[in-house]
Design a protein around this ligand. Structure first.
Ligand code: MG
Length: 220
């Protein structure tokens, strides 16, 4: 009996709002131009990223783009992990195999996940797709398990995952960020659990781990 616990990054383990506020502070009065460049990339590319926005900004404001690139390179990404991440990942390791399942620009996301210490915390089990919704079956193939937990801030994604795996899945929505109030698609189930902050997941994972130990001692 194996359990895989899939963790999203942005707005789930990583305080993306605070990260953006910090970048805006670095950008100062050029903040508007930076986020405008970001929106322009998002409108044309499947996955927007800060480096792509900076590259775009560099074409008309190379000095600001260079200053921001330097500031970004020196930033300690661990500061942006939401409180409780360590305890949640420890509880996940006690239950099964935690895996980071993120989406966005693959090279920037991989870098973010590594610099935040998340890759190391899950022994390098990291998957990044431009859009993970198209790859949920591939995730299951990459990490075979009898049961999956999926932890994400998006109820729609969790609904799609539940539709794929049914009772073999437990879905948890972390209700923060821009998708906190987004409902699942019509006909799809709501997440099994909805938590306001990631720390609330610890007792859920601990109960699941106790349950699976009891089951392995007495399979009947
Ligand atoms: Mg997210």
């Amino acid at each position: 009996m194996t359990t895989v616990i899939l963790f999203d990054v942005d707005y789930t383990l990583f305080d993306t709002e605070r990260f953006r506020t910090t970048i805006s502070t670095f950008a100062g009065e050029r903040s508007f131009q930076l986020w405008e460049a970001y929106a322009a990339v998002r409108a044309t590319e499947p996955a927007a990223s800060l480096p792509a926005a900076l590259a775009r900004l560099a074409s008309n404001d190379p000095a600001t783009a260079q200053a921001l690139t330097t500031a970004l390179a020196q930033l300690d990404y661990r500061r942006f992990l939401v409180p409780g991440v360590e305890a949640v990942l420890a509880a996940a390791r006690a239950l099964g195999q935690p895996v980071i399942l993120s989406e966005g620009d693959p090279s920037f996301q991989q870098e973010k996940i590594r610099r935040a210490g998340l890759a190391e915390a899950v022994d390098g089990r990291v998957l990044v797709y431009p859009e993970k919704a198209a790859h949920l079956a591939a995730v299951v193939t990459a990490f075979p398990a009898s049961h999956y937990w999926m932890v994400d801030d998006r109820a729609r994604l969790l609904g799609w995952f539940k539709r794929l795996l049914g009772a073999r899945s437990t879905t948890v929505q972390v209700c923060r960020g821009p998708y906190a109030a987004e409902p699942p698609d019509p006909g799809d189930p709501w997440p099994d659990h909805r938590v306001a902050e990631i720390g609330a997941l610890v007792p859920l994972l601990q109960r699941a781990a106790e349950h699976s130990v009891r089951r392995s001692i007495d399979p009947a």
